[in-house]
Design a protein around this ligand. Structure first.
Ligand code: ZN
Length: 137
């Protein structure tokens, strides 16, 4: 369990690093297991996920909360979490292309491709592709 929390924290930190200097000055404030306020309908498993709180400073209200799913393959969980952080950062900056696609004006997309979670060019994966979590995911 703590391994999963450490991993999710590492993913969020790698994403924040990669968004770069134009992104809001956010860091990971907390990673906790997500608790459902209501029991799921009978026969359905409760979604198992972690909540990652991201903001400017310890003690501040978190600016955003994103989810890291423990119910799906890890490459998909990483890509979905990265996309959530990216969406919040783009919204906060009023539409900056974060992270910028090299040589293009659009942001890269977070996708799970061939079992690896990557930042890819949304127009042409062959143009640019890099791991979201360097040397790990
Ligand atoms: Zn591109």
């Amino acid at each position: 369990m703590s391994d999963e929390i450490d991993y999710a924290r590492g993913v969020a930190e790698a994403v924040l690093d990669r968004l770069g200097d134009l992104a809001p000055p956010w860091r990971v404030l907390a990673v906790e297991r997500h608790r459902e306020s209501q029991a799921p309908p009978s026969g359905l498993a409760a979604p198992d996920s972690l909540v990652v709180a991201i903001g400017r400073d310890e003690g501040d209200e978190a600016s955003v909360r994103v989810y890291f799913s423990l119910d799906v393959p890890r490459d998909q969980a990483v890509a979905v979490t990265a996309a959530q952080i990216q969406d919040h950062a783009i919204e906060e900056t009023g539409g900056a292309p974060l992270p910028p696609c090299p040589g293009h004006r659009h942001p890269m997309s977070a996708r799970a491709v061939d079992g690896l979670a990557g930042w890819v060019c949304p127009r042409d994966v062959a143009h640019h592709r890099e791991p979201i979590v360097p040397h790990r995911a």
